[in-house]
Design a protein around this ligand. Sequence first.
Ligand code: CA
Length: 669
Amino acid sequence: MSIALIAASQALVPMSVAAQSAFDARFVNYPVYAGDDLELKVDDSGTHFRLWSPEAQDAVVIIYDNGQGGAPVENIKMDRDATTGTWTASSPERLLGKFYTFKVLFDGKWLDETPGVWAKAVGVNGKRAAIIDLDATDPDGWSADRGPVVESFSDVIVYEMHHRDFSLHPTSGIANKGKFLALTEPFTVSPEGLSTGIDHLKELGVTHVHILPSYDYNSVDEANPQLNQYNWGYDPQNYNAPEGSYSTNPSDPATRVREMKQMVKALHDAGIGVVMDVVYNHTAENDGSNFELTAPGYYHRHWDDGRYSDASGCGNETASDRQQMRDYIVNSVKYWADEYHIDGFRFDLMAIHDIDTMNEVAAELKKINPSIFVYGEGWTAGDSPLPVERRALKENVSKMQNIAVFSDDIRDAIKGHYTNAEDRGFATGKPGSEETVKIGIVGATAHPQVDYKKGANSKFPYASSPEMIVNYISCHDDMCLTDKLRKSMPEESDSIRQAAAKLAQTIVFTSQGTPFMFAGEEIFRDKKGVHNSYKSPDSINAIDWTLKARNADLFNYYKGLIALRKAHPAFRMTDAKEIARNLVFDKIDSSKTPNLISYSLRNHANGDSWNEIKLVFNGSSEPQTVKIAKGDWKIVAIDGKISPDADLGATSGGSMTISPYSALILARE
Ligand code: CA
């Protein structure tokens, strides 16, 4: 740990120092159960249930013919297994095709029925667990299915999308609109004949798709698809079953499982990895959550007076620091990696989880597939009983292994603050963010030319490796880039805003770390100015694919930018010392010459074919001039054009003028 890190940790004064509140202290000695047969196991001797509920006074399993409605066909009394805190019951029959719930007696009162916390298949709206043959849901060729091999997380290029955003609009040309299967349809086109869907992703060149929550969530009524309800899905209900509204038949428990696997397979066949957004940090409901209905109190954190603590801002937070909850998170991601071949996990509000849990998550996933990429939001949305030094915070990322965090530093510095729509940033003409942009460029690693004291968000180099950083300017949260540019540059035309968009993403995609983009920004999609569109209608959220023809120049720029990054390892260094040695900033006095950053990637960095790459970013509304060293330079990007093959002309250096809101990239052998 560096001195800077110690100082910064101490600066984060914990509001609460106890690991457990008085209310939660009783859970310390709870028995835990580590077996892999929790809740349901079907074998030759029948169907076996084992529910973890140490304080239950009684428990039953209720068997149904249907996923909803109808009377129970059987009530099976469960027996206590005190040493493990579990309750068990068996049926001599293999109950494939049936549904079940658990009910526990707690404090003298029978709680509501619950499908448990380990349902891997569920009926419509996820109220009953389903007993299905998982192997029968595997698509053809599944056993040979593999995601892309990732040698360094800096090689990953993430495209974040919501299923409905991506395919719902009539112009998508996709048949299975808003469904998992949308991503399995080849040869779909916009009205102008340009590729959409999975072909669009291949054309763009991203390496991974990050799908917004796709486990079973609470808010959309799966039984009434004609209502066209929209939700991001940050309201988890069943963590280990896919969301029904993304399947073509939510009433058939196997369909959603099979179709999600088909989606993964189609993306893998296209060479694209699949990252799942996971939200273990809170549950949609408090007392009505499956956690509370099986083991009341245990899985959530509380304050001393017994109130739910709420670091999620959604009414509660889970307790990863308790063994059975930690095991739950670890086993759940392992299940998705094994059963669905998922290639990465994006942890929502990751700092609600403790560092030890996140390290175990990454270590266990690495055993399954070393290419799995784990990253998360290194912050909380409120205070937590978990002490600050134990939280999986951005500032603590160097205490974690094989985990990355989002850089809010580069995000806010490039385009302006996320809470203030009118605020501008480096790429949109506001002076003063140069040093914070540089923090992003070096992937928040220690660099002799970056003064972290001038950083707007972070005051020390929190990443000990660029593989710990995800750089971005926008995501599903807050205004999308187009809306932000329209709001913060009201007097400008869309063509000037697109120039700023190109500059902004050029900074992100050439920075050290992993670049991340929000779906549709490559064609200038907007959300009609709605910043929190989590339940806005499709008319706000769906991407209009006619934009691809209208903004073809912007799309081609993104394509070129991605191709450039993939072709040149200098942008993808894997070691902080390598960055400090090979990335050299030119001296510019930002107080006299604001909105100008110039730097070089030298020494064939990271095995690059180019000896030196020069990048100059002009975020000002005026042209700016820089001195380029004499040499045989090829032009890679200039005046809003980019060529990964560096065929935009040549220069021998000297004085060069950079047009407003644009990037200049030069290369020499
Ligand atoms: Ca659901």
